[in-house]
Design a protein around this ligand. Structure first.
Ligand code: SF4
Length: 133
């Protein structure tokens, strides 16, 4: 399922100061995450952000988005858990997990968290390795 067009119009952060979402301190991130918790478009925001950040390292990801900090958006289990809770379909979650800037040993727990078998995971990681060549 793709992001819905026009979702930004409903964003809970639309009228908040941008620095509330781009602060580095734990306190600033908690304040931003509290706003995200009441946002009606968290799912669209997280999916859109993950797509925007594809190919970027952890160090090139900034701000709280979709309720997750930059570190959380690079953590396969966190991404898998959040997208599952948002009722994102499993094929889309697989795409997002495989696009994260983490090694196979770190992405495997995320793939296991959405219920993939060892055989399915082995195949997916082999395909990712071929695509990266
Ligand atoms: S989930 Fe958070 S960052 Fe995303 S639109 Fe909503 S309030 Fe803004």
């Amino acid at each position: 399922m793709a992001e819905r067009a026009g979702w930004r119009m409903q964003a809970a952060c639309a009228k908040k100061a941008a620095d509330q979402f781009y602060g580095d301190s734990a306190r600033q991130m908690k304040v931003a995450q509290a706003i995200c918790a009441d946002c009606p478009v968290t799912r669209d925001c997280l999916l859109s952000t993950l797509v925007f950040e594809r190919g970027r390292s952890y160090y090139s990801r900034f701000g709280v988005a979709g309720g997750l900090t930059p570190a959380q958006r690079c953590a396969p289990i966190q991404v898998a858990t959040s997208l599952t809770a948002m009722r994102v379909d499993r094929p889309r979650i697989v795409v997002e997990l495989l696009a994260l800037p983490v090694s196979d040993d770190k992405v495997i727990p995320g793939l296991q968290a959405i219920g993939l078998s060892d055989e399915e995971i082995t195949l997916l990681l082999a395909e990712r390795a071929i695509a990266d060549v």
